[in-house]
Design a protein around this ligand. Structure first.
Ligand SMILES: Nc1nc2c(ncn2[C@@H]2O[C@H](COP(=O)(O)OP(=O)(O)OP(=O)(O)O)[C@@H](O)[C@H]2O)c(=O)[nH]1
Ligand SMILES: [Mg+2]
Length: 409
């Protein structure tokens, strides 16, 4: 790799690596939401996937429309929503026609805006499930879609479930609809806090997600699991593997001594971190990620206090080691345009540091999935802030001792 590594080039390489990760993950999982105004569609997808959507429930309740939403464009989840209207006998044909058109278009095009599953949402408290609702479910099933019937706002404490909700679920079951998962799913998407009495916790959402993932095409399962935020087991496993592969690739055991220059170090960190972001379904702002890595590893631009210390420390260590083990000559390079000397990094120093960087970035991604609003408002400074915090925590817990010492200075 060239020693004349520059910021623009680095930014382009991160974008390329990010795209490769996206391609490997496959397309987005697209979920359609049906149900009357205020049934709890938006609340449910927010709990499961962390997508905040505009509040509706007001306005013209007769206006039937199917709208697609994916944020960002290359994110792992697309939502087809039918916000703000009551489903009635008059609206079912319009809705079905819209779905048919959508599926047709997806078949002709690249399928990016197809529909993979439907959540048909009914608010349990309304105790209302109309013939029109049943008809819509049958027609959607007829178009080849798995349709899940979901009752929201179901109060449940341990095994005691609100009897009214149970009665409604039974009434729906009695209609013998072609329901995906073979049942009506009872959920509470957000905690219910009554004026008096006990608080009812969130429940049922994990079971609904699991059942949904079972029924969707295999090609979008990874995307669905990346998009959900109920349980990060899958994201963690994928990310740890990405870290392992990155370290193994970057610091091969067979080269003696195993060395890596700073340019390669930037590249492997870029690949590792974009891979982890994709695994977590956190949109990568390439510019922000490039800045972050550049600041941590190189520290050559707009250096904030503390930025670049990792690079300096690695360089120092590497120089020492190089001096001990092999002739230092050739391992230290001067990078034109940057005002510091980069050194080769040995496995001994590089691997634990890289591991810690990867784990810290996983922490950042989990934090962002819990606080999706910060993804948009974040920007570079916030990323760096979060990263350094998580990094320091990781180092304190398990990192190499020389790094801890450095941070405690
Ligand atoms: N306690 C509790 N409240 C819920 C639940 N689902 C929805 N809500 C509340 O019900 C109200 C309406 O929910 P929304 O998610 O906006 O309903 P919607 O189906 O998206 O409505 P439209 O977009 O208007 O069609 C909100 O105030 C939610 O907080 C639930 O499972 N439990
Ligand atoms: Mg809504």
């Amino acid at each position: 790799m060239s020693a004349e590594w520059n910021f623009e080039e680095f930014s382009r390489s991160i974008l390329k690596m990010y795209r490769e990760e996206l391609t490997e993950r496959g397309g987005s999982f697209n979920l359609a939401l049906f149900g009357d105004a205020g049934a709890g569609k938006s609340t449910l997808v927010n709990t499961v996937f962390g997508v905040e959507q505009a509040q509706t429930g007001i306005g013209n309740r007769q206006t039937v429309h199917l709208q697609f939403y994916r944020e960002p464009d290359d994110g792992p989840l697309g939502i087809w929503d039918t916000p703000g209207f009551e489903i009635g006998a008059g609206t079912v044909p319009t809705l079905i026609a819209a779905v048919e058109r959508t599926l047709q278009k997806a078949k002709q095009g690249n399928g990016d805006e197809s529909i993979h599953a439907v959540w048909f949402v009914t608010r349990s408290a309304t105790a209302r499930f109309l013939d029109a609702h049943a008809e819509l479910i049958r027609s959607l099933h007829g178009l080849g879609l798995p349709v899940f019937s979901v009752l929201t706002c179901v109060d449940r404490l341990d095994d005691r479930v609100d009897p009214e909700a149970l009665a409604l679920a039974e009434a729906i079951t009695a209609r013998q609809l072609p329901l995906a998962g073979g049942k009506v799913f009872l959920v509470n998407s957000i905690e219910t806090v009554p004026l008096a009495g006990p608080t009812y916790p969130v429940h049922g959402v994990r079971e609904l997600l699991d059942a949904t993932v079972q029924e969707i095409p295999e090609s979008v399962r990874i995307a669905a699991m990346a998009a959900q935020r109920l349980d990060f087991t899958v994201q963690r496993a994928r990310s740890k593997n990405i870290i392992r592969v990155a370290i193994a690739g970057a610091l091969p055991a067979h080269s003696a001594p195993p060395v890596l220059d700073m340019a390669s170090l930037l590249a492997v960190h870029g690949g590792m971190m974009s891979g982890i972001s994709v695994a977590y379904g956190v949109p990568v702002d390439v510019k922000a990620l490039t800045h972050l890595l550049w600041k941590i590893l190189v520290g050559g631009v707009a250096v904030k206090e503390g930025a670049g210390w990792l690079a300096r420390e690695l360089t120092k260590r590497a120089t020492e080691e190089a001096g001990k083990k092999v002739a230092a000559k050739g391992l230290i390079k001067f990078v034109p345009g940057l005002n510091f000397v980069v050194g080769a990094v040995s496995t001994v120093v590089g691997a634990p540091a890289m591991y810690t960087v990867g784990r810290a970035w996983m922490d950042v991604c989990e934090y962002l999935r819990h606080h999706p609003e910060e993804i948009k408002s974040g920007g570079e400074t916030r990323y760096l802030d979060l990263f350094l915090k998580c990094y320091q925590e990781r180092v304190r817990d398990s990192g190499p001792s020389w790094l801890s010492a450095l941070l405690r200075r």
